[in-house]
Design a binder for this molecule. Structure first.
Ligand SMILES: [Zn+2]
Length: 64
């Protein structure tokens, strides 16, 4: 069952899945080997106003 998503800013229900470019990785702040430890990020973007919902790291285990 899929929950319908809605932009909290403008109420638009057309939310697009987005993935940040491979160079825009998210790193633990104390990562020593950044290239090895980074995680790519995904986000959901409102197609009307551009509000970003649910930004998330795709490899959360790297932050443990
Ligand atoms: Zn919106």
């Amino acid at each position: 069952m899929e929950r319908k998503k809605k932009c909290p800013e403008c109420g638009c229900e057309k939310i697009a899945q987005a993935k940040l470019d491979i160079n825009a990785k998210l790193y633990p702040i104390d990562a020593f080997f950044k290239i090895m430890n980074g995680s790519e990020m995904s986000a959901e973007v409102c197609t009307k106003c551009g509000y970003i919902l649910n930004m998330r790291a795709l490899s959360p285990e790297k932050f443990k």
